[in-house]
Design a protein around this ligand. Structure first.
Ligand SMILES: Nc1ncnc2c1ncn2[C@@H]1O[C@H](COP(=O)(O)OP(=O)(O)O)[C@@H](O)[C@H]1O
Ligand SMILES: [Mg+2]
Length: 391
């Protein structure tokens, strides 16, 4: 159990590489927090400064309210696991895992129980007698994770610990980490570039890019109300679609209009943007593939023509439970994901003219210059749906 505060921490390598740029955040006791961002964002450097393996150029690291910025790693009660760990080659998997407990003179029965419990979770119970060279890469990594987890540390730091495991094992580990965290009442700061890991495990996500925080929030909040275009594009699979547009008054209605389309905004969005519409400004529409539907462009395919975007089929991908349509719209490709039960009752072929149906209450709008979100999906939709669910 521990509480972590990172206060305006900066790390500059050499003369000019600003790896971490004034980062501030807190992790509460027993909280599971993710640092999520692309490669090179400064995630590993941040973890290493918290663990005491790297010294900040500026700022402070506090653990349980005590300034630990300059403390030695062993005085911080922090356990860390890396993306690729090395084991002691002459020790069995069991002894590798038991090692941190032996160092702390943990009583035999407790040591044995902790190692076995963690081994069971990691599905390496049958491998405990083996030496590292008798284990596959994925098995070695699980032993390394185990060696970290057996420790009764205040704060666990995990740097992409499962990114090299195969897909099935990753999905098992996602569940188990979550269970383990509540069972051990652990405080965890977990680094990943994989938004799915963050979405499924985190209490809160800190999205970072270029050493700086882009947004902090619960997974739902990050997904539903991304603060800027970077977060919107980084979180969600398939990724959000973006279309350049202007917001302007169009035949008495306020619309987001771009290359070959014009989407009238819902009442709530129109009201929020009425001032903008008088002096047109560059925006980007953001549309989640899951919130779009596809239809033919004939009259029999529905009468909501005005809230659609016309295009042609570029590619069709079948994912089993869903189908993803890539639709060419002007110079861009828009992805539409339809669940199997929501597929239109006809086949689409490459180059077929189609219409993308847009529920305009669900659109995001980003300022093209700053990237900041100007409009999130309309809340009235959410409340409307809750009312229906409650009925
Ligand atoms: N020891 C170092 N010397 C110089 N530059 C470094 C060093 N470690 C990391 N960097 C640079 O700092 C930036 C952030 O790296 P890192 O923290 O490893 O990112 P991430 O873990 O998010 O991929 C990168 O541009 C990287 O090249
Ligand atoms: Mg890294």
């Amino acid at each position: 159990m521990a509480r972590l505060e990172v206060d305006a921490v900066t790390k500059i390598f050499g003369a000019s590489v600003r790896a971490v740029d004034g980062l501030s955040f807190a992790v509460a006791d027993r909280e599971f927090v993710f640092l999520l961002g692309p490669s090179g964002a400064g995630k590993t450097t941040t973890l290493r400064m918290i663990a005491g393996l790297e010294q900040p150029s500026d700022g402070r690291v506090l653990i349980d309210g005590r300034d630990m910025t300059w403390a030695a790693p062993r005085d911080r009660n922090v356990a860390m696991v890396y993306d690729r760990n090395s084991l002691y080659p002459h020790l069995s998997a069991y002894e590798n895992m038991a090692y941190p407990l032996r160092l702390r003179r943990t009583p035999g029965a407790e040591l044995d129980a902790r190692v076995k419990r963690v081994a069971e979770i990691l599905r390496i119970g049958e491998l405990l007698d083996r030496a590292p060279r008798q284990l596959s890469g994925g098995q070695q990594q699980r032993v390394a994770i185990g060696r970290m987890l057996v420790r009764d540390a205040g704060l666990y730091l995990m740097d992409e610990p499962i990114s090299h495991l195969d897909a099935k094992l990753r999905s098992h580990m996602r569940l188990e980490f979550k269970k383990l965290q509540s069972e051990f009442a652990a405080t965890i700061l977990y680094v990943s570039h994989d938004q799915l890991e963050a979405m499924t495990m985190a209490d809160r996500i800190i999205v970072v890019d270029h050493g700086a925080i882009q947004q902090i929030g619960a997974p739902r909040e990050i997904f539903q109300r991304p603060a800027n275009r970077f977060v919107a594009g980084f979180v969600g699979e398939p990724a959000m679609n973006f279309l350049a547009c202007e917001v302007r008054a169009d035949g008495g209605k306020i619309a987001a209009a771009g290359d070959g389309f014009s989407l009238p905004l819902c009442a709530e969005h129109a009201a929020a943007l009425s001032a903008v519409a008088r002096t047109p400004k560059a925006f980007e529409i953001g549309l989640r593939p899951q919130h779009l539907a596809i239809a033919g462009n004939g009259a029999e395919d529905g009468d909501e023509r005005e809230s659609g975007i016309g295009g042609t089929i570029y590619a069709v991908e079948t994912l089993g439970s869903a189908t993803v349509f890539d639709v060419s719209v002007g110079q861009t490709v828009i992805r539409v994901q339809a669940n199997q039960d929501a597929l239109p009752n006809r086949a689409f072929r490459i180059n077929d003219p189609v219409r993308i149906r847009v529920d305009t209450r669900r659109l995001h709008l980003f300022d093209r210059e700053s990237g900041r979100a100007a409009i999130h999906p309309s809340l009235s939709r959410e409340s409307g749906r809750l009312a229906v669910l409650g009925a």
